[in-house]
Design a protein. Sequence first.
Length: 295
Amino acid sequence: MQQLRPFHQVCYDLGVRPTLFVDYPVANNEQAAQVIRELQQTGQYEIAAHLHPWCNPPYFGRPNERDSHVVNLPIEQVEIKLKNLVKILEEQFQVRPVSFRTGRWGIDGKVMQLLKQHGFSVDCSIYPFWENQFFDCHDAHLAPYWASLQNPLKVSAEKDMFEIPVSVGYNWRDFHRANRWHRRISSPRLSPLKPLALAWFTHWLRKLYLSPELTAAEDMRSLIDQMLENGMRVFHMYFHSSGLVDNPNSLVCNENAFHTISRALAELVRHLQSKADVRFLTASETATYWREANL
């Protein structure tokens, strides 16, 4: 959290307007909360809600893999956890959040309807081309859309909840075709042959994330170029604040993490600005722009 102070200068110089998805432990830590309040005073940040079930009170039994995903919890448990999260965000930052992200991704209709009931209007929990044993986002939309409250993967004519998927794709122009191939060569039966590694190192097929924790700047440039070719207008970068310190969980930031992410962000902003007219928006500002532009 302390690294957010110097990182603010990087964002300020570039004009970037971050959305801070804040979870309960961060909001409940006075030192961390003070950092966020300082950033908040600049008017450059949006404070959003980030629900990690295992560290957001109240607690129901011992944490486990299944219950670490919001979609697996009884909706009554999700609601009381959400209420506690919103309460502490209001107490610490004097703002009621309207944007939301689940911990560990994934969302379903019952959670989406709960968000609407509690005043949220923007969700950022969809992770395209990703699945686990609890949810599947392979058929998710890649561009922002007004989501159905019954099925968040579907578009709705009602403009109740705006979904902003994070930016994920491939080094092929046809992302969906690339994803079908990626799933085929990800088969456990083929794992002894290391087809994913072969596809990556030969540049035949690379799955790319607009996240400096997961993807090197060169590959993120490739993703941006492919997205532009596909006519996409919104680029949603994401990473954990812990990624700003040297972090063994980061694929590309094990050393010099702060400078790696800062340089990557600056490089990508310049690259995108060389190809398009760029406007920086927080999550809720994106929803407002989308509505006013009638997109």
